[in-house]
Design a protein around this ligand. Structure first.
Ligand SMILES: [Ca+2]
Length: 156
């Protein structure tokens, strides 16, 4: 695909975006905020798979920043499912797209005031096994119940 883009640029001297219109290009992957769709986490993962992808992975601080800026730029509302859970083994958060481990702490996870003072999410134990880009937590990561209804954030 990259080769084709270079060819198009060379021949037509036009800009080439690696992603379809309306999709966000971050580090060579394409992301779509499905603001018009709402469903539980597992349905959201299947929804993204039908378009040949999966729920989104946000793997670096730079990527998280790009998502945050996109949300602000387009005034997106609601919270978005990300492609990670700890359903397999409680407390072990894995990205579904490549089975890699989710980084903990700053700058990804929201903070909350617990019995021992301020601490990072996740805090929901076995009740909260799915990862949300949480509008109510300034779009930081939060672990929530997988049956809640939120928008899919797909990547391909
Ligand atoms: Ca959990």
């Amino acid at each position: 695909m990259k080769g084709l883009c270079l060819l198009v640029v060379a021949v037509m001297a036009v800009g080439c975006h690696g992603c379809p219109d309306g999709w966000l290009d971050v580090n060579g992957s394409c992301f779509y905020f499905h603001q018009d769709q709402s469903m539980p986490w597992e349905d959201a993962e299947r929804f993204c798979e039908t378009s040949g992808g999966s729920l989104a992975k946000i793997g670096s601080a730079k990527e998280l920043r790009a998502f945050y800026e996109y949300i602000l730029t387009y005034s997106l509302s609601g919270s978005y499912w990300l492609g990670a859970s700890d359903q397999g083994y409680e407390g072990d958060w894995l990205w579904v797209s490549d089975n890699s481990r989710v980084d903990r702490g700053t700058p990804f996870w929201a903070i909350h005031n617990g019995i021992f003072g301020w601490d990072h999410e996740p805090s929901g134990g076995t009740e909260e096994n799915c990862l949300l880009l949480d509008e109510n937590r300034k779009h930081y990561f939060n672990d929530v119940n997988c049956n809640l209804i939120h928008h899919p954030l797909c990547m391909t």
